[in-house]
Design a binder for this molecule. Sequence first.
Ligand SMILES: Nc1nc(=O)c2c([nH]1)NC[C@@H]1CN(c3ccc(C(=O)N[C@@H](CCC(=O)O)C(=O)O)cc3)C=[N+]21
Length: 292
Amino acid sequence: MSARIIDGKAIAQELRDAIAAEVAGIAARGGGQPGLAVVLVGNDPASEVYVGSKARQTVAVGMRSFEYRLPADVPEADLLALVDRLNRDDAVDGILVQLPLPGHIDANRVIEAIDPDKDVDGFHPVNAGRLLIGLPGLVPCTPLGSLLLLQSVHHDLSGLSAVVVGRSNIVGKPLAQLLLQQNATVTIAHSRTRDLPAVCRGADILVAAVGRPEMVRGDWIRPGATVIDVGINRLPPAPGAAKGRLVGDVAFEEARTVAGAITPVPGGVGPMTIACLLRNTLQAFKARHGVS
Ligand SMILES: Nc1nc(=O)c2c([nH]1)NC[C@@H]1CN(c3ccc(C(=O)N[C@@H](CCC(=O)O)C(=O)O)cc3)C=[N+]21
């Protein structure tokens, strides 16, 4: 068997096209323009690239992009002051503070300073709580993107067995909640799970979100299962090469011979994360402006 490859790049493009059309419709009736502010502390090259592509895609769907670059040694108080200013800025509907932050800054404190209704990462405890109890709110982008990819394969997740490997606050835990909301039977597995391969073999839907290159092997996968690979790991460069290859948390070549459908890395969950950031910004704009 050879798995269907879930084309995250194409599905993200479709989502951005739909967002752009809605943004254009709002502008055409004089309804305003959504704005996204991205804050980058320090100058980690990978983060720079990622922030740049977010800004480009924000503008491409017709939204305003505001970028703030602060030095790595910026005092926490200055970052909190910027967040406070963005909270009160009516042109800003979404605020994203790029993580991780330098060690002298308390990330939880910064996240809690963001207005929950502008928290397009969905990381604020208020949004985490809303998701847990099923209230409307902003949902973290990577889990949301993963769910949309799953729904491109399965119209109905009801009753399916979903195993999420990884229990982070930004992926594993919120994705498990989304799957539960869709009536999947959800198992959250992690590094301490006993006989992890056997647990994974029980999954109709297997999500790998652990950040360990190619950890999930082909024989961990139930034949025909749908596999979502959230990992983006850069391997060490081959001799003479500048950059190492990007791989997921799943051994793709093994997995594709067993799975029914699988996301590639790159071109799977990654592009959906950014598209969902734009989707969340539009949602925040509509909620703040009473647009339905
Ligand atoms: N507050 C905050 N929110 C985030 O959402 C956030 C963050 N901080 N810090 C960094 C991580 C990383 N992240 C990625 C999103 C898309 C791709 C992506 O589109 N990747 C491409 C490949 C890119 C390449 O080739 O390097 C792909 O998978 O196809 C990657 C990484 C969001 N993050």
